[in-house]
Design a protein around this ligand. Sequence first.
Ligand code: C2E
Ligand code: MG
Ligand code: MG
Length: 333
Amino acid sequence: GYGNFQRDRSQLQLAIIFLSLAGFAVFSSTSLRFDFALPLPDSVRSITAWIHVSFLAALLCVGVILLQEGMTVDSKLRRELRSAIPRQQFELFFQPQVNRDGRLVGAEALIRWKHPKRGYIQPGHFIPTAERAGLMADLGNWVIENAVKTLADWTTHENTRDLVIAVNISADHFLKQDFVSRLIDTLNAHQVSPSRLKLELTESVFVTEVDELIGKMKVLQHHGISIALDDFGTGYSSLSYLRRLPLQQLKIDRSFVRAIAEGSRGASLVTRISQMGQDLGLEMLAEGIENDEQFQFMLSCGCQSFQGYYFGRPVALETFEERIRGLIKPSYQ
Ligand code: C2E
Ligand code: MG
Ligand code: MG
């Protein structure tokens, strides 16, 4: 139960643990007897008692070893993560986002941890630990600061002046009281137009009071910052939520784009999802485009923007800029 709770910190998992404990307390203190039950002969009873005790002892040992291992790995990672910001071990990678003509319109900033021993670590391997350690706001502020600095730098070049950078914002960070004021201060400090920054939120922000969430999003929108809903279709967002939230863009999750090749059911699902977004008046971005067939299909669904390995993988800032300046041939125009 504890192991499951570590993986999925839900009320259901907590309830399972408490029910098991309560069940144990109730059954061990009640003397239930059934008339049809016959006592085991002593010769069998002595063997099963040994098996029972040995099994419990083994189970206890395995449990303790697993817990200890989990704790040491996690706490080591936490300690390293805490010092990674001051040690400047994080880096932003950029992945191109293109329009229907295949022209570059912006980039998504994706964080990488440049670990001194393990090399580049993908976000999937450290963000869950950072979330548990309550580090996402610090990490998010670092991401915003660096993305805005890059935007300021891009203002001075003709090819990059109009590009928009999308940053991923975790729920923890977005729900902080001073999130909006800090963001605006950062944009002002670097004299960057808010219209060049896009925030990508996932449905995890819906945990909060929806009116409060809408209020915050409206303030951001009022400042000219656009908001995209990331990984759309993988969560539980109801249509009534979607209608009420001041969003500009839906990012169709790559699992749907992959489903196109799986036959007519996958393809019709993607068509309907795109149609629904358009009916709601939202811009649609298709994520995870890996080949021309997927690009053509999502074009035919009416999507306005595209992102995926077909147009370019996430790369370090320097490489991204070299591609824009035409030093390396990119797959977008
Ligand atoms: P995401 O925001 O949905 O980002 C897209 C992920 O899909 C990226 O993985 C990207 O490398 C990958 N991807 C893009 N195109 C393709 C494709 O054509 N095929 C396939 N198979 N994959 C593709 P990455 O960089 O490992 O990031 C994973 C997730 O980590 C992101 O998903 C995002 O939720 C989170 N993340 C990344 N950077 C940040 C950050 O700075 N802050 C926060 N809060 N989360 C971040
Ligand atoms: Mg994203
Ligand atoms: Mg996504």
